[in-house]
Design a protein around this ligand. Structure first.
Ligand SMILES: [Zn+2]
Length: 323
């Protein structure tokens, strides 16, 4: 894990369509100041609206993770947040001229490509991490998710579908940005044909096509190019999980183990984490000679509440764009 916080070397702009609206959206990723975290800005309204990418701003987890502030929302936040977290970007501003992040090819691959092209810039402050010291769990029927202590960041996901193409898939991902690029970033979102038709009838998934999702019918995969990995489905679940957990506002040290979970369960576990500060510490990594040491910043609930970004009020519009 990186010792220092990172942002982007420069800004980058591109455009694509929104999965649900089907509308063209322009997006700009910009560098941001140290300790500002990741934030979204809606640029298409009479006044810019800044929405921090924190769990206390989540307003919907039905089909994707939507964050909002005073009725202004940004949908499908998880793939771009996954790309930023996977590439070790701590501070950035994501500007959009519409209500949804462009779906691109349904994975985090195109965002990773752009981030790689512009590069990262090391910042002066150390990273602060949330280190899990005791198991924290959340369950909802047969959907279970927990996080246990681990010296690094690891995710295990299990999915199970009554379909020959998917069946049961389990994948464990041990974080490094190189592994994120190789194993996770390119895995696309997926849906069943019947589901997609229903969503369309309800005015959703209007931008959805075989160019931005793996679509499955009763016989198999409809995409002519087939799958990118035999277990692309569970890898995409890990991609989504990493993107959703970026909403904690800082990297996590622990092993997240999820079974049949989705955006709602990810948020459920993040809320449990926030409610149980006795089960984690806030740490900073420091280099001393050749060794990496962990320095505990706080162990008390009061101090934890003060430091954790999701307990803080959101910064005023524009405040984070200091770089
Ligand atoms: Zn997804």
């Amino acid at each position: 894990m990186d010792l220092f916080q990172h942002t982007l070397k420069k800004k980058v702009s591109f455009s694509g369509i929104g999965l649900h609206s089907g509308r063209q959206v322009s997006m700009t990723l910009r560098p941001a100041a140290v300790n500002s975290g990741i934030g979204f800005v809606r640029k298409d309204l009479s006044e810019d609206v800044f929405i921090p990418a924190f769990m206390n701003r989540v307003v919907d987890t039905q089909l994707a993770t939507t964050i909002g502030l005073n009725g202004v929302t940004i949908g499908t936040t998880e793939h771009v947040l996954s790309a930023l977290a996977g590439m070790g970007i701590d501070n950035a501003v994501i500007e959009l001229d519409g209500p949804e992040v462009p779906v691109m090819d349904g994975s985090a691959g195109p965002f990773v490509y752009l981030l790689n092209r512009i590069g990262r810039r090391r910042q002066k402050s150390c990273r602060q991490m949330l280190k899990i010291t005791r198991e924290i769990a959340y369950s909802n029927g047969e959907k279970n998710i927990k996080v246990v202590p681990y010296d690094g960041f690891k995710v295990t996901c299990e999915i199970s579908f009554d379909h020959d193409i998917i069946k049961k898939q389990v994948y464990t991902f041990t974080y490094s940005s190189e592994k994120f690029i190789q194993e996770i970033a390119k895995a696309r979102t997926f849906g069943f044909l019947g589901q997609v038709e229903k969503l369309r009838e309800n005015g959703l998934a209007l931008g959805g096509s075989l160019d931005n999702a793996v679509v499955i019918d009763q016989y198999g995969v409809l995409n002519s190019e087939g799958l990118r990995f035999a277990d692309e489905f569970v890898r995409h679940k890990i991609l989504d999980l990493i993107g959703d957990f970026a909403l904690l506002g800082c990297p996590i040290m622990g092993h997240i183990i999820a079974s049949k979970s989705g955006h709602g369960q990810h948020l459920g576990l993040m809320r449990e984490i926030a409610l149980h500060p006795e089960s984690w510490e806030f740490v900073k990594l420091e280099k001393q000679e050749d060794r990496i040491l962990e320095k505990v910043i706080t162990t008390t609930m009061a101090a934890g509440n003060k430091i954790l970004p999701f307990f803080l009020p959101p910064p005023a519009t524009g405040e984070v764009c200091a770089v």
